[in-house]
Design a protein around this ligand. Sequence first.
Ligand code: NAD
Ligand code: UDP
Length: 319
Amino acid sequence: MKRILITGAAGFIGSHLCDRFIKEGYHVIGMDNLITGDIRNIEHLFHLEHFDFYHHDVTKFVHVPDKLDYILHFASPASPIDYLKIPIQTLKVGSLGTHNLLGLAKEKNARILIASTSEVYGDPLVHPQSEEYYGNVNTIGPRGVYDEAKRFQESITMAYHRFHGLETRIVRIFNTYGPRMRLNDGRVIPAFIGQALRGEDLTVFGDGTQTRSFCYITDQVEGIFRLLMSDYVDPVNIGNPHEITIGDFAEEIIKLTGTSQKVIYKELPVDDPLKRKPDISKAKEILNWEPKVDRAEGMKKTYDYFKSLPEKELFKKEH
Ligand code: NAD
Ligand code: UDP
């Protein structure tokens, strides 16, 4: 039986990856320090013989007994308010954490895939963003802690590949959404849906003309699975190229939720990228992958998930 270690297992994407690899018949070892994740995302796996959970901070030495065939390194705060709140941990998990996991992959002779991000392109001057674009990142701005940690992560991963011959894969994930996002993580989808459910106005930052392109979680997981199984070493964008302005998106959420609230405008966060849309030609060509779930379908499922949460979750203040 193949064995896979998934870091960030109790988080949004990590927990869906655990489900997928269990379904594929793997022995899954989940690892997480629960700093932004929620154990309830993987509780349903605890009774399985082929699932183990390690409560561990990957910036500390990582040890896993027995063989490992694959490692997916997904541990990292991912929402802007999370990484602005814990900037040093964010830098450490992308750098020291990645170093630890590359070392483990080398020791076990395992293939490792690391979770990079569209944030490596920063506030992009090229649109849509293809993997060839080097990016436009403000190293010393508040978002730099995340962006530069991820850029370092890509560099050290390629160095392990080139210097040690390690089998490495790099996925550049674009805004992904779906059930198990944290209601209060500040990202735009839980923020808007939470506001609609609480009967609050929807907070659009800036004038709402900035764009994003949202990818549903099952499409993201499929892209990651295919990349891990491929023999392609350079980074690959996985995201949905269907772009929308945040202002229009707020209107879509007002329609979806039937709320009678309105949009209010707040200050745009520093270095908030004005445009983002993946060029997915590479994923199409190499992985024969493209997204299947359109925004209407994905948002309905996501809204149903948030609606099903206990009311006290809705009013829990984190920040
Ligand atoms: P998330 O916050 O839901 O999950 C991250 C998980 O990592 C959490 O469970 C957290 O507790 C864990 N973690 C953080 N630091 C850790 C540490 N030092 N040791 C052990 N565990 C630690 O976020 P997510 O949206 O699921 O993101 C997962 C990964 O995908 C991240 O690496 C993120 O950078 C990347 N990514 C996500 C998106 C997206 O749209 N969701 C976009 C680009 C990249
Ligand atoms: N945003 C917003 N209102 C909110 C939360 C976010 O207008 O309550 C905007 C944010 O400024 C950004 C976009 O929505 O332009 C996406 O933000 P998110 O935090 O989801 O992810 P990002 O792509 O910026 O990492």
